[in-house]
Design a protein around this ligand. Sequence first.
Ligand code: NAD
Length: 293
Amino acid sequence: MALDIKKIGIIGVGQMGKGIAHVCAVAGFDVVLTDTNADVLKSALAGIEKDMNRLVKHDKLSDADIKGALKKISTSKDYKGFKDCQLVIEAAIEDEQVKKQIFKDLCEDIGPDTIIATNTSSISITRLGAQTDRPGKFVGMHFMNPVPRMDLVEMIRGIATDEDTYKTVRELATKLGKSPVNAEDFPAFIVNRILLPMINEAIYTLYEGVGSVLAIDTAMKLGTRHPMGPLELADFIGLDTCLAVMHVLHDGLADTKYRPCPLLVKYVEAGWLGRKSGKGFYDYAGDEPVPTR
Ligand code: NAD
């Protein structure tokens, strides 16, 4: 029987966790957030409020909506605060070992019926689900960035995911105003299987000197009508996430066409992760982003 979802726990309050909390609270669900970084957790509500206020400017939310939604969100320093959640959505960093440890710890503190969804961009739902005590109640729920503005949610069943779980979470995506699309459990699913190799190729194009950052982004915007250039988009996604997805594609599909560009590796090693660290293919210190090559 489909579970009646009222309260949703969210693990990881980075750009995705914040966005997921935002849409869940606006849709009327109670939300509880946790993150290993205490500073991130402390500033989470202020960050979500700032994002909500941007939507007021576009007449998508009223001040009263925001007030009501923010009241629905609380934080917890550990998973004990998740014990009365019917659903937990994991949105921590794209690292398989980190996610596996999260699921092991989480299962000790939540009820046996609680569904676990992961927002992973690329990692096998079957493999992650196998780390839990409930692979039948484990599912992939892949939101797009920025969550409040993007309509798609990719829905992915692991081999063991039961139909009630899949249906419950798919219905929830609809209640959040999103359009769910089914993807099978192969590395990086649909969107990132197509998008990330394109971004990686754009980085090779830069690495080989075919064009500058600005030339590549301008060419792709004007030449293919993409709203953002691929390097600008890579910075927006986070270069650490881009690299992690390329590793999953390369390892999972064993094809050299997915090898991560050495320049992407170098940027991540330098801590140049894109917008979230203030520098990637662009430097975000000033009013306007400035290309770093
Ligand atoms: P982010 O770097 O902005 O945030 C990750 C957060 O996870 C950080 O706040 C970090 O402190 C926290 N964290 C790390 N280890 C943790 C742990 N053990 N327990 C709890 N929290 C922990 O990353 P993001 O862009 O929000 O990505 C999060 C997830 O969403 C990843 O799996 C990513 O692949 C996926 N995703 C990202 C995008 C995107 O465009 N960035 C789009 C769709 C899905």
